[in-house]
Design a protein around this ligand. Structure first.
Ligand code: NCD
Length: 304
């Protein structure tokens, strides 16, 4: 049985296959309409979500499968004191695959020990978010035609942003990718991740001003400051509006730049940027449904 806890659980060969399947699903959705008939996905969300949970559900429903689950810890027996492992053991009796989001780093790994069906990490604290990375990779591949030889800028909360951590882990496996890390000093990428880049000889630079980076980038990956991970509200308030992407700043960038954002956005991208053809974050949302269809299909194939 296969799970998806970290993006590197998939080889680059498997990733490429999965993205190709997602492309096929996007172009011929009718051919997959009944492909998971009789199968059930459980979405266990111990933390808020709009896109991730609904795209998982939409993915399973688009393939004729069924969905069940909960959207907050308070509406499950967690509120009565049930352990995560007992919840997972229970839910495994009702479904064929589980997608879970949890505020604690490592919770999905603990879940795997009691699960009798595949488990997908839909975000664990400030750690990882591999299915957002699938969405990001599909978007970059569609826009650029490749995943190698790209200069990727990641901007804002690189410390707590789990989508950033998983995207770097995935993209650093493709040759010729360099990273430009744009953040205030307090929100820099954790040292274990920059160390991993150094160990593998991958080129990266760290900057504070987005204006300095913009002209050099192929991809700009914006993120929100992760308020829920801060220990102190005053720090959040001080840092939350450090970066705001505007049409004036976009004028500094290449006509071939693409701007991604996992969403939700708060203030970091002005809505005035939305009509710029280089802003692809809403198409990125659309891709989220097809990569999750592909992932569910692959995990259930192995499990069958
Ligand atoms: C992200 C997350 O939950 O980490 N959202 C998402 O899944 N699309 C990013 C965020 O919440 O800032």
């Amino acid at each position: 049985m296969r799970h998806l806890i970290e993006i590197t659980d998939l080889t680059t060969g498997e990733l490429d296959q999965l993205l190709s399947l997602a492309e096929d699903m996007r172009s011929r959705p009718d051919d997959y309409r009944e492909s998971q008939r009789g199968r059930i996905l459980a979405t266990l969300f111990f933390e808020p979500s709009t896109r991730t949970r609904l795209s998982f559900e939409s993915a399973m429903l688009s393939m004729g499968g069924g969905v069940l689950g909960f959207a907050s810890a308070d509406s499950s027996s967690t509120a009565k004191g049930e352990s995560l492992q007992d919840t997972i053991r229970t839910v495994s009796c009702y479904c064929d695959v589980i997608a879970m989001r949890h505020p604690k780093e490592g919770a999905p790994l603990a879940a795997v020990q009691k699960a009798t069906v595949p488990v997908i990490n839909a975000g664990d604290g400030g750690h990882n978010h591999p299915t957002q990375t699938l969405t990001d990779l599909m978007t970059i591949r569609r826009e650029k035609g490749r995943l190698d030889s790209l200069t990727v800028g990641l901007c804002d909360d690189l410390k707590f942003g789990r989508t950033v951590h998983s995207l770097i882990a995935a993209m650093s496996r493709y040759p010729g990718v360099r990273f430009v890390l744009i953040s205030p000093p307090e929100l820099r990428l954790p040292a274990y991740l920059t160390q991993a880049l150094d160990d593998r000889g991958i080129e990266w630079a760290s900057l504070e001003r987005m204006e300095d980076a913009l002209p050099t980038l192929d991809i700009l990956y914006m993120t929100r400051v992760q308020r829920e991970r801060f220990f102190n509200e005053a720090d959040y308030v001080r840092l939350k509006d450090t970066y705001v992407l505007t049409p004036e700043k976009m004028a500094l960038a290449s006509p071939d730049l693409r701007v991604l954002h996992p969403l939700p956005r708060v203030n970091e991208i002005s809505p005035r940027v939305d009509d710029d053809p280089r802003a692809v974050y809403f198409d990125q949302v659309r891709n989220g449904r097809y990569v999750r269809m592909a992932l569910i299909t692959k995990l259930l194939e192995v499990g069958a």
